[in-house]
Design a protein around this ligand. Sequence first.
Ligand code: HEM
Length: 472
Amino acid sequence: SKTSNTNLPPGPWTLPFIGNIHQIISSSLPHHSLKNLAQKYGPLMFLKLGEVPYIIVSSPEIAKDIMKTHDLSFCDRPNLMTFTIFSYNATDIIFSAFDEHWRQLRKMCVMELLSVKRVQSFRSIREEEVLDLVKSITASEGSVVNLSHKVFEMTFGITARAAFGKRSKHQEAFRSALDEMLTLMGGFCIADLYPSIKILQKMSTVKKKYQKLHNEIDMIMQDIIDEHQSIQREPGRDEDIVDALLKIQHENEHSQHRITDVTMKSIILDIFAAATDTSSGTVLWGMSEMVKNPKVMEEAQDEVRRVFDKKGYVDETELHKLTYLKSVIKETLRLHPMIPMLLPRESRERCKINGYEIPAKTRVLVNAWAIGRDPKYWVEAESFKPERFVNNTTDFKGTDFEFIPFGAGRRMCPGIAFALPNVELPLAQLLYHFDWKLPNDMKNEELDMTESFGITAERKDDLCLIPIVRCL
Ligand code: HEM
């Protein structure tokens, strides 16, 4: 059937009951299928997934319309079952509706928890954790190393120490519960596509499973908060994120926007969910692309070694001199934006975009992955060419809509300052200390670059490489 409102954006015919679900999860990943559909129906496309209306945005111009010109009309998040359970009923930042509560939390995040000053205070944590990574790879010199496992462990270690101050006794349990949570959040939940069928939400056994997992995560975080409250911080130890949250809680005890323990836990969980897979995934895609493109690897290694050879080791003081590596990271984020369709938004009111009518409560997906590969904007769009960013001001700060790996507008990622050193420092170290070979005499061009299915587009297969330690 075709819907009766004829002024909706164009889109494929919908089937009864399922709408267009079959077209986006048929043979390839949703962001790939949607890119192909957009080539036929245009950069603003209307679909129905189950009974829910969606618009899919696939060009910089329409992305700008949605996330800049009409940002206020599109800055809500939809109320999705999985997300709601894990976000303490959407009282966090990521999944909260656009309201005063979100505004207060976002301000606290930007000004306090993820500020440049705070990120700098975690420098020694990053340097230690990345050094541990280097040591553990060195110990496996000449044999195959599962870099995916090691890099994830490192990123998780940095986040856990920044959030909790030290390695917690719950670290392993927390890590595996979080892993499971992220996997569950990446799937399609049938109840979210048929919101009118209330019984789907009530009787769902999946819901019970989600709640059980959430309770486990909740208990661990509560224990960590209680421990912070009962033990005084040793003098000289930098404030971690739980300390900072407790301080804000104390200072705002009588304010209308009091921070409860639930709010604290929702923010901590957001930071873990948003920071770990995204940063480690970017490091791994960067390494994969460099292995596939040995000339790029060589140039990046030359630069890191030139800058740090005098010192004999890599630290954060001179990372700003690695201009080519910064271009490598940008190019990685262009081809592999870790959240390929950003996070879903929802229209708060009826709105006109590009002459088409968008009803209130329409869900919005911005295909940042397709936009980053649009040949109209990028020469040799499918090739990995960091040079395109050398002496070029195009950036991911949310103003160049052809390059939006962190989104744009009011809901743009507030964690860029936290993320960048977690990507730059490990890459610099991996390039400085090691040369890299593929196992089983595999040729560089044979490295499989297939992505996994989920909110984040990680490598489907783990990245396994052989490190050769560089003699200094
Ligand atoms: C390479 C690393 C990262 C990438 C690619 C990334 C990307 C994104 C994207 C695409 C969004 C959605 C933007 C939108 O809807 O327009 C987002 C939101 C968010 N990110 Fe990140 N992110 C990264 C790292 C981080 C880190 C390290 C943190 C925190 C420590 C963080 C915290 C958040 C939060 C709290 C939101 C929700 C913002 C809101 O809804 O108001 N992110 N991120």
